[in-house]
Write a protein that binds this ligand. Structure first.
Ligand code: ADP
Length: 215
């Protein structure tokens, strides 16, 4: 069984950014599965699943478990790399249980922490590439080199619909009610949970690298 590392934390906490930095130049050894990426592909491909998922995603609510569990588990089982990062899954207790029942027991969970106010500020300044999904911060160190254009692929940068303050607050609420309790499922299966404070990106990246070097 490969190592599955669950990246956990509120929406907008910066899990994806930490992971992208870590993966740079290491893509051959590591695989990463983002639940939202799989959903976005279904939408782009115009599938029935994508059509059903779209309205939940736009409103910042969760896509129903029955749409997402099989899709993510199939993708994990198909991975051929020794280590797979799982971003944005599980997000409900039934998802966590389904994963364990399928024999996918994470080696560890990395929980990223950040105050709501800082997340809201970052979301306000976040733009995302509409082609390759890379995110940028308009006021931070991760500014795009040319206005409105992705450094990596030249795609168009835009704000995400679900980054508005109203939708973000709904996503926090959903996180505490539905996602946070997954930690109890991990604890009762003796899966170690490590926490990283993501308020200082450089320190957080260092801690993440150190943790991964223990694999
Ligand atoms: P990103 O990875 O692009 O930051 P999110 O992980 O916040 O995006 O996911 C965007 C949306 O996709 C969520 O608000 C939700 O509607 C849907 N989604 C992603 N992962 C799940 C999941 N595990 N269960 C249900 N819905 C999900």
């Amino acid at each position: 069984m490969k190592n599955v590392i669950v990246l956990f934390g509120k929406p907008g906490v910066g899990k994806g950014t930490r992971l992208d930095e870590f993966l740079e130049g290491r893509e051959s050894q590591f695989d990463s599965v983002a639940a939202s990426g799989l959903l976005k592909k279904e939408i782009a491909d115009g599938t029935e699943l994508g059509r059903q998922a779209q309205s939940y995603m736009d409103a910042g609510g969760l896509v129903p478990d029955e749409l997402i569990i099989t899709m993510v588990i199939n993708r994990l089982e198909a991975s051929t790399k020794p280590v797979v990062f799982l971003d944005g899954f599980p997000r409900t207790v039934p998802q966590a249980k389904a994963m364990l029942e399928a024999g996918i027991v994470p080696t560890m969970v990395v929980e990223f922490l950040l105050d709501d106010a800082i997340i809201l500020e970052r979301l306000r300044n976040r733009v995302v590439c509409s082609s390759c999904n890379t995110s940028y911060n308009l006021v931070g160190a991760k500014r795009p080199k040319a206005d409105g254009i992705c450094d990596k692929c030249g795609g168009v940068l835009a704000r995400r619909k679900d980054d508005s303050e109203e939708v973000a607050l709904n996503r926090f609420d959903v996180y505490f009610k539905q996602t946070y309790p997954c930690l109890n499922v991990f604890a009762s299966s003796n899966i170690p949970v490590y926490t990283i404070d993501n308020s200082n990106s450089e320190n957080a990246q260092k801690q993440f690298e150190e943790l991964m070097s223990t694999l």
